[in-house]
Design a protein around this ligand. Structure first.
Ligand SMILES: N[C@@H](CCC(=O)N[C@@H](CSO)C(=O)NCC(=O)O)C(=O)O
Length: 220
């Protein structure tokens, strides 16, 4: 098997972007392998036979699956590289993992309902999304980052979704700036970091991608 790091990924995936940002924050070189999810490669199917999803990190040929697990693996497998992503204190680690799990449980699913559904169901998703973002803004408090002074694990877990805010705002007819000004400021702060700027796509590109998905799904 190949030595070093390969990342099986898909350009617009917020889950894959978590891994790209973590690798960049650690200064770790890796081979990026874009995957065709409509015609999955042998490599993807044998690297993640259970979920058959990206991202998958291959470390000296050994696969690590699930984006939050990959980010934590990177932190643990390369301790000397760059700053730690997870806090040292076990209680702080538990809190960071709690909120990363919250992001995983809430944001993507609610966001998908926001652009897939219509009428009452879409209104419900809009209400939920504003609630989710306000809750996350509460977790941020008046910190510079979710990790406090330092950009950390929870920032990595959530920041890819900031490229979807424009899409959520347009389909949900709300403004993140208005509803969650501190969260909007955090997103701008993160966007100034090279690891984020290099790995997120412009919100308009994400909006176009979602428009294409709606067409492919036959949702006008
Ligand atoms: N919990 C996982 C989710 C990955 C995922 O949804 N990957 C999608 C593309 S991004 O939306 C995927 O690979 N889908 C392919 C498929 O479902 O066939 C993680 O955090 O890594």
């Amino acid at each position: 098997e190949k030595k070093g790091l390969q990342l099986l990924d898909f350009w617009v995936s917020p889950f894959g972007q978590r891994c790209r940002i973590a690798l960049a924050e650690k200064g770790l070189p890796y081979e990026y392998l874009e995957q065709d999810l409509s015609n999955k490669s042998e490599l993807l199917l044998r690297s993640n036979p259970i979920h058959k999803k990206i991202p998958v990190l291959l470390h000296d040929g050994r696969p690590v699956c699930e984006s939050l697990i990959i980010v934590q693996y990177i932190d643990e497998a390369f301790p000397g590289q760059g700053a730690p992503l997870l806090p040292a204190d076990p209680y702080a680690r538990a809190q960071a993992r709690f909120w990363a799990d919250y992001v995983d449980k809430k944001v993507y699913d609610c966001g998908s309902r926001l652009w897939k559904l219509k009428g009452e169901a879409q209104q419900q998703a809009r209400k939920e999304m504003v609630e989710i973002l306000k809750t996350l803004e509460g977790a941020l408090g008046d910190g510079k980052f979710f990790g406090g002074e330092a950009f950390g694990f929870l920032d990595v877990a959530f920041v890819p979704f900031t490229a979807w805010f424009l899409t959520y705002e347009r389909y949900g007819e709300f403004s993140v700036e208005e509803e969650c000004p501190r969260l909007a400021a955090w997103a701008k702060r993160c966007a100034e970091r090279e690891s984020v700027a290099k790995n997120l796509y412009p919100p308009e590109k994400v909006y176009e991608f979602v428009g294409g998905m709606k067409k492919r799904l036959g949702i006008e």
